[in-house]
Design a protein around this ligand. Structure first.
Ligand code: ADP
Ligand code: SF4
Ligand code: MG
Length: 323
């Protein structure tokens, strides 16, 4: 039984323009101690998938179908079916925590770092303020900061330090799963590498499972064990990092990998033509067909199902048959 199994998840936004099918029949699994990289262009539904897992989809969004099964010792709990109060009490922070996209700017400027970590811990556990202060110092050390940093104010911290504070908070109650949503996107390259290395070390030491979301393939290759490639609200390919990167099957994955500059011949970058579709009226058939150089008649008519084409290897494209 996997630690987390997302099954046929659909999360839509009911806007005045129409229904945005942000996550449309998404399935994947996460085993204990594993890092899943969720990759895809901006707007393809990565953050919405993450918010769905901790049931914090902002309005007008709603989970409309599917299951999010979290292993609970001998059985599983379906997070989709839990009441908000139960998710708050049993799941968020304790079992699954999340480092949000742009979290860095979310520290309250008028409170010390220590106070903010302590408040978060006290709110989500039975710890006293004194215990929480000790835990806060321990956590700061764990993420490579001075325990004394509890006395500092957010404006005294660099971007990288603030991101470390958020990582510390996410780890506060020893969750089984940490979801990192583009945790390094706003940082410069050197700090980005430091944060990735920190997350890698922590993941290893604490044997955490992680869902790592990014649009950046080089970041994925540095941290993930397996990859799910998302396009226009759907997962189009998944498999181990090694397999997906060395032999991508889906034309979209192939395009993504070709658009990464190579040191040897940087002039050989090939961009995928066109833009991702509007998720209110996505193209009929395969959602990638208007941009796909290998599109066939069937691609414009019928949606390709995601099929298994090897051990833990899946692709949704009419060029491939099951097995
Ligand atoms: N609060 C919202 N209201 C309406 N539409 C939203 C909202 N949040 C996200 N969306 C839409 O859902 C789709 C997926 O967005 P998101 O999950 O943020 O993608 P990603 O994280 O991959 O960039 C986009 O089309 C986006 O415009
Ligand atoms: S199903 Fe057709 S259009 Fe879609 S990726 Fe495969 S070949 Fe291209
Ligand atoms: Mg996002």
């Amino acid at each position: 039984m996997p630690l987390l199994e997302v099954k046929n998840l659909k999360t839509y936004f009911y806007t005045y323009r129409g229904v945005v099918k942000a996550v449309d029949d998404v399935s994947f699994e996460l085993e204990k101690g594993e890092v899943l990289g969720l990759v895809g262009e901006s707007g393809c539904g990565k953050s919405t998938t993450a918010y769905s897992i901790i049931k914090l989809v902002p309005p007008p969004g709603k989970i409309v179908d599917g299951h999010i099964l979290l292993s609970n010792g001998d059985g599983t709990i379906d997070i989709v079916k839990l009441k908000d109060s139960e998710v708050r009490r049993k799941i968020r922070w304790k079992r699954i925590s999340m480092i949000f996209q742009g979290a860095m700017n979310a520290l309250n400027p008028v409170y010390t770092v220590g106070r903010q970590i302590i408040e978060a811990i006290v709110e989500h556990s039975d710890m006293s303020k004194e215990e929480a202060l000790e835990r806060a110092k321990e956590l700061l050390e764990l993420v490579g900061l001075e325990p004394d940093m509890v006395k500092r104010y957010p404006h005294e911290l660099s971007g990288g330090q603030k991101q470390r504070v958020f990582i510390a908070m996410a780890l506060a109650l020893n969750p089984d799963i940490v979801i990192c949503d583009e945790p390094t996107t706003a940082l410069d390259v050197v700090v980005q590498a430091q944060i990735i290395n920190l997350l890698k070390r922590l993941q290893h030491e604490l044997k955490m499972s992680m869902i790592f979301i990014t649009h950046d393939l080089s970041v994925i290759s540095a941290i993930a064990d397996k990859v799910a490639v998302m396009y226009a609200g759907k997962i189009v390919e998944r498999g181990s990092l090694k397999e997906v990167f060395s032999e991508p099957y889906h034309p979209y994955t192939q395009g993504l990998l070709k658009s990464v500059p190579k040191i040897k011949n940087p002039e050989k970058i090939i961009w995928i033509p066109g833009l991702p579709p509007d998720l209110i009226n996505p193209p009929k058939g395969c959602r990638f067909h208007p941009r796909c150089s290998r599109a066939m008649d069937i691609c414009r008519e019928k949606e390709p199902p995601i099929v298994s084409i090897g051990k833990n290897r899946y692709v949704a494209c009419w060029l491939y048959k099951e097995g």
